[in-house]
Design a protein around this ligand. Structure first.
Ligand code: HEM
Ligand SMILES: Cc1cc2nc3c(=O)[nH]c(=O)nc-3n(C[C@H](O)[C@H](O)[C@H](O)COP(=O)(O)O)c2cc1C
Length: 571
């Protein structure tokens, strides 16, 4: 069935929902109200949020903090603030923002905001709750904002107004969600992808879905699996098959784990629910619930929308969550991040090494616009942001400000494995982002517990530019050819991520010696479409596909899989 939406905004929904199979909408056909200016601006500003990393924290306590800002006059001493008063503080000499009904003076934070001054300046004088929560975990707020920056609370009328506001984008998403079929109609991971594309904000999709440069590496990751054929064996008793395994000592229902991906909060359904008092973008917390129900390991991104303690709080008793680290040039900052992860119960530390220059939406950006820059030139994402969502005004002079690239630690070496281990004694250390078999050998020799063969989901180095960003499956094949011993060590695991979309892909990677595989985008699609149940459903689908694949191959447990079940001649 194809999408039929009665509302006037159906056209907008159709733009992204075109190919999404849905049930007929049973919702009311009330026409959307005129979109309030604040909401429109928030939607526009979401562009910036889509462009970057890290995130924010939950609302502060309901009562006014004791350190109300003296310079704010009567307002600061307990008076409530209206949206009109807030709007007056929208310039660099006095910049206020409201988050969860509370107003803060961020004038002196403007030039220090790690996400750049531009986005803060654009949102001065406004309620930024949703934007803030979709990209910042709670700890961010406490780390950067002093109690004396609190100005006061929004008044009741303003809170009411805000609670009623929905942007055009939110209305589009809601209409599409209303027309979507229920989760039990989902058949494959590609269904989840199509549904997610239709229901996540446009800026978030630009961030989630794109790859570097020509996106050849992105495409090749999945295509490589298609060039490897099975050689099934028959006439074997396959009545009882077991898809389970262990991943770094964690019992796992299938040989799959959730790869770390930043900013899951941007796409999760509850982001669309606006309530000043209860903003609930669940992101990675919902992923944790889904992974917990289905029994697989989740690795939390350094740049997650939720902090590790929030994710652990959402997880089941005993559920394990790994923590991924981007090493920073400020080593003490990274050391502190690892110590905090250990304190919050991280199961393992996953050091990402394929992003000495961090990739992403802001990509290369002008120094005047942000301190935190990203590389891995994602043309499609840039184009969506720069040409579709926020086109530069015609006639503006050429911006000649120097380019800057956000670097994670460029001086990282193999000796850093020992350094990480010293900060997280007893925890497995995983090196993520290996693109050549020689580096697997080095990681093993230098004491890593595991490696992930990965090109970051094709988001960093496009393989057309250099062979080093070859599909991870090809890297695995090279390991199998040149360093097979590393695939059979009791205390060393080789994982792979990138392009896994079917249970049969998982089986092919295991046949070539991977102990397990990671899923990046599929988990984002699943959580964006259906929250934690989406993640559970994704794992159920894979489990079924793995089970069927094993039976048809003639194996009953994953450790029976080997290269003899594959024809790799076309790889
Ligand atoms: C007022 C309190 C805020 C604090 C304490 C804060 C803090 C931070 C921090 C620490 C980062 C860097 C994260 C990292 O290490 O990657 C960051 C990035 C960012 N922030 Fe904020 N922020 C605040 C408000 C906002 C607001 C109101 C917006 C949007 C309207 C915003 C949008 C962004 C964006 C887009 C990034 C870029 C992240 C990236 O590059 O991926 N922030 N912020
Ligand atoms: C939107 C997005 C954000 C990502 N963020 C991170 C991250 O914060 N840290 C990291 O190590 N890898 C990150 N990755 C890479 C994934 O961990 C993984 O290597 C990749 O997504 C695997 O490819 P797949 O998406 O085809 O499964 C990200 C990938 C995507 C798509």
């Amino acid at each position: 069935m194809t999408l039929t939406l009665a509302r006037p905004l159906a056209r907008a929904a159709l733009r992204t929902a075109r190919s999404v199979p849905v049930r007929a909408s049973s919702t009311s056909s009330a026409a959307p109200r005129a979109v309030p200016r604040t909401a429109r601006l928030l939607a526009a500003a979401a562009l910036g949020a889509g462009a970057t990393f890290l995130a924010l924290s939950e609302p502060a306590a309901a009562e006014a903090p004791p350190h109300a800002k003296a310079s704010a006059g009567s307002i600061a001493t307990g008076g409530k603030i209206s949206l009109a008063q807030l709007a007056k503080h929208s310039h660099s000499k006095s910049l206020w923002i409201a988050i969860d009904g509370k107003v803060y003076d961020v004038t002196d934070f403007l030039d220090r905001h790690p996400g750049g001054s531009k986005i803060l300046a654009e949102n001065g004088g406004k309620d930024v709750s949703k934007l803030f929560h979709s990209i910042h975990p709670p700890t961010t707020f406490d780390k950067y904002i002093r109690p004396d920056q609190y100005v006061g609370q929004l008044d009741e009328e303003s809170l009411y107004t805000l609670s009623k506001e929905t942007s055009e984008e939110e209305q589009r998403i809601q209409a599409t969600r209303d027309a979507m079929f229920g989760i039990n109609s989902v058949v494959s991971l590609s269904d989840l992808e199509r549904l997610a594309e239709a229901v996540v904000p446009r800026h978030a999709w630009a961030y989630y879905s794109t790859g570097a440069d020509t996106e050849a590496a992105l495409g090749e990751n999945a295509n490589a699996f298609k060039r490897v054929y099975f050689r099934p064996r028959t006439m074997r008793d396959v009545s009882n098959t077991d898809t389970s395994t262990t991943v770094l000592g964690v019992k796992s229902s299938i040989p799959v784990y959730i790869s770390p991906t930043a900013r899951n909060g941007m796409g999760h359904p509850e982001v669309g629910v606006r309530s000043v008092t209860a903003l609930t973008s669940q992101g990675e917390a919902a992923v944790a619930r889904g992974a917990g129900e289905a029994g697989i390991l989740q690795v939390l991104s350094h740049f997650a929308s939720k902090s590790l303690d929030e994710v652990k709080a959402a997880a089941k008793d005993g559920q394990q969550v790994g923590y991924q680290l981007y090493l920073q040039p400020d080593r003490e900052q990274s050391a502190e991040a690892v110590r905090e992860a250990v304190k919050n119960g991280a199961h393992s530390i996953w050091l990402t090494v394929d992003t000495t220059i961090v990739g992403g939406a802001l990509c290369i950006i002008r120094k005047s616009e942000a301190h935190l820059m990203q590389l891995g030139k994602r043309e499609t994402e840039r184009r969506i942001l720069a040409q579709e969502l926020s086109p530069a005004p015609h006639g503006q002079p050429l911006n000649r400000a120097p380019l800057d690239y956000g670097m994670s630690e460029p001086k990282m070496t193999w000796d850093d494995i020992a350094w990480i281990r010293s900060l997280a004694p007893g925890l497995p250390v995983v090196i993520k982002g290996i693109g050549a078999w020689e580096d697997v050998v080095l990681a093993y020799q230098k004491g890593a517990d595991a490696v992930v063969l990965s090109n970051h989901g094709g988001r960093q180095l496009d393989f057309k530019l250099t062979r080093s960003a070859q599909p991870p499956l090809k890297t695995l094949y090279d390991v199998h050819q040149h360093a097979p011993d590393t695939l059979h060590q009791p205390n060393f695991s080789v994982f792979l991520d990138g392009g896994i979309r079917h249970g049969t892909d998982v089986l092919k990677a295991l046949c070539l010696g991977a102990k397990a595989v990671g899923l990046g985008r599929p988990a984002i699609h699943a959580v964006s479409a259906y929250g934690s149940e989406g993640v559970e459903k994704m794992i159920m689908i894979l489990q079924e596909e793995i089970d069927i694949g094993m039976k048809l191959l003639g194996v009953t447990s994953v450790d029976q899989l080997g290269p003899e079940y594959l024809d790799t001649s076309k790889l």
